[in-house]
Design a protein around this ligand. Structure first.
Ligand code: APR
Ligand code: ZN
Ligand code: ZN
Length: 369
């Protein structure tokens, strides 16, 4: 049994409480990990304040992290004690219909994430005698945790862990949306709606794919400087324009952008992003989560020519296989994600990190437990 600290949400809307937890040894096909660095993602922040987690409290938040394997349960074959590893927001079991099909990455075992437990009814973690839920069946805002082997992958031994934690969610989501989902082409034009950590990662992907022009769109102008640093060629606040952003981009990009990305997390911007796509062949990608079961209102007129609207979850990566390759690509300097991390704090400063994110001052904050 390991006793350590974790950030616990006892009820929605409450601040996170740093608590002592007990982490039992891993069982069959489970892995106990010492967390070395963990990011806070827009999804953590959004869910903490709504009722979606009320039936899962108390819960350890966090799902974007890297660490070192402390011990493994029986029948674990893909990681060993001492390995550097990255947490996978979507598992890859390798056996379900989705895993056996090259077209998608939503492994059927993601059902555990929906109940925020590593199996139907249990976790290895307790606090004050209560069973702890783990956000997305991970719960990385903690010093130690136990997760399923299918939710973790070994990375390069030399990986600089404090720099690559955001690859597990925010970076993979944005970068993959450009590379895998949109399949951005060299010389193309792109428009990215929302310049948070995920939006910046979309820009990095568009740039890596050879886009000629990348327009960053946000209602917070403080985000523009960073967006330019990572590759935006022009930034605009739609509220400063005299005409709708769709018309502005239509004129600027000769019929609209070849590729548009909705990365604000709002349903309302989906129609705007789709309407900003090139009228004949534009592709619009909804990146990450825009809430569950939310209706999206889109005029059918937008589809009369040949616009395409698609969605992308975790960048479409087959996680266990491909996320470690992103870590290696970062080490090989195929892209630079350092500008996306604007703050580094400790786990005990987690509520300050949440406030920094909410205030819009921070793109990504990494916590070093
Ligand atoms: N138009 C343009 N930009 C907007 C709008 C809007 N109507 N509304 C919000 N934004 C901007 C915000 O100002 C912010 O810069 O979108 C950005 C969102 O960034 P973050 O909140 O930091 O979120 P991030 O972590 O990047 O994730 C983006 O994708 O996967 C989802 O749940 C995730 O909602 C989150 C979104
Ligand atoms: Zn996330
Ligand atoms: Zn699977």
């Amino acid at each position: 049994m390991i006793r350590c600290k974790a950030a616990v949400l006892w009820k929605p809307g409450a601040p996170l409480a740093i608590e002592e937890i007990e982490v039992a040894p891993p069982k069959k096909k489970e892995v106990r990990i010492k967390i070395v660095a963990t990011g806070i993602c827009g999804t953590d922040i959004k869910d903490m304040d709504t009722d979606v987690l009320s039936q899962f409290c108390p819960i350890i938040m966090g799902h974007e992290a890297v660490g070192i394997v402390e011990s493994v349960g029986e029948e674990v074959s893909t990681v060993r004690t001492g390995d550097k590893v990255i947490f996978l927001c979507i598992p890859q079991c390798g056996e379900c219909n989705t895993c056996l099909n090259s077209k998608n990455n939503m492994c059927a075992e993601i059902r555990h994430s929906a109940v925020h437990l590593i199996s139907e009814d249990s976790s290895r973690i307790t606090c004050k005698g209560k069973l702890m839920h783990q956000y997305f069946a991970l719960g990385t805002l903690s010093e130690y945790t136990v997760i399923n082997e299918i939710s973790v992958a070994k990375v390069d031994d030399a990986a600089p862990l404090e720099k690559v934690s955001i690859i597990g969610c925010g970076f993979a989501t944005g970068y993959g949306a450009a590379i895998n989902s949109a399949k951005v082409t060299p010389g193309s034009t792109c428009a990215v709606f929302g310049l948070g950590g995920v939006g910046l990662s979309v820009i990095i992907g568009c740039k890596a794919a050879g886009a000629a022009r990348i327009i960053g769109v946000d209602i917070n102008k403080d985000k523009f400087a960073k967006a330019r640093t990572v590759g935006a060629t022009y930034c605009v606040d739609p509220r400063d324009l005299e005409k709708p952003i769709e018309e502005f981009l239509f004129d600027m990009l000769n019929g609209g952008a070849d590729f548009c990305f909705e990365v604000t997390g709002n349903t309302e911007t989906v129609a705007t992003a789709l309407g900003s796509c090139h009228k004949d062949h534009g592709v619009c990608v909804i990146v990450g989560s825009i809430g569950f079961c939310s209706p999206i209102s889109i005029s059918s007129e937008l589809f009369i020519s040949r616009r395409t609207l698609k969605a992308s979850v975790l960048g479409g990566w087959k996680t266990k296989e491909e996320i470690p390759k992103l870590v290696s690509d970062y080490m090989a300097q195929k892209f630079n994600l350092d500008p996306v991390i604007t703050h580094t704090l400790t786990l005990s400063e987690v509520n300050e990190a949440v406030q920094l994110m909410k205030s819009g001052q921070c793109i990504r904050c990494v916590l070093l437990p």
